[in-house]
Design a protein around this ligand. Structure first.
Ligand code: ZN
Length: 185
């Protein structure tokens, strides 16, 4: 059985100034375990607004919004890929693309990625779909031309707007952070 000794240090004032950021260090009474540090905000108001980590407070609400925008961006990109999957498959199944390197060059020309030929070959040999081996959503103009032939312009337009808006919101979102010195260990 081993026991831990816990020590607390006040290492900074909390953002509102009425409480503190506290570093909690648990030290084992044996030499083979390492000590463990954690942080908490000792202030009723600030503990709801700020998440502490080593040397840093991150605004919880800002971070949540930032993550939500990022998730919305990924979801819209996924929805675009799913909608256009049959057309993307047909495009790259063209017999004029005779080898995997030709397919990949075509993808590069269209700015769809992918960069790594080895991974590309692995994916193709595992029968992965073309739409999963590149990023069709990265070239809306090309997709729009494919959508035109498939009667999917309205649906695709809606998803592209959704993607652009989510991406803009994600890029514009500032996550408030406060750094503090932490040399009490
Ligand atoms: Zn506070």
């Amino acid at each position: 059985m081993s026991t831990w000794e816990t020590t607390e240090y006040k290492i900074a004032e909390c953002p509102c100034g009425t409480g503190h950021v506290v570093r909690q260090t648990s030290t084992p009474d044996n030499p083979w375990s390492r000590s463990h540090a954690s942080y908490r905000v000792q202030c009723e108001r600030c503990s709801k607004e700020w998440a502490p980590s080593r040397g840093l407070l991150t605004h919880i609400g800002d971070q949540r919004e930032y993550d939500d925008f990022w998730r919305a961006t990924l979801n819209a990109a996924d929805a675009i890929d799913t909608l256009m999957e049959p057309e993307v498959e047909a495009y790259f199944s063209d017999p004029r693309l005779k080898s995997m390197s030709q397919e990949r060059r075509e993808m590069e020309k269209l700015h769809l990625g992918p960069r790594d030929i080895r991974l590309y070959r692995q994916g193709r040999n595992a029968n992965m779909k073309y739409s999963k081996l590149c990023h069709p959503y990265r070239n809306p103009a090309w997709l729009m031309a494919l959508a035109g032939k498939a009667g999917k312009v309205a649906e695709l337009t809606e998803l592209i707007v959704e993607y652009d808006e989510a991406q803009r919101a994600h890029g514009a979102k500032q996550v408030r952070r406060i750094t503090f010195r932490d040399d009490s260990h």
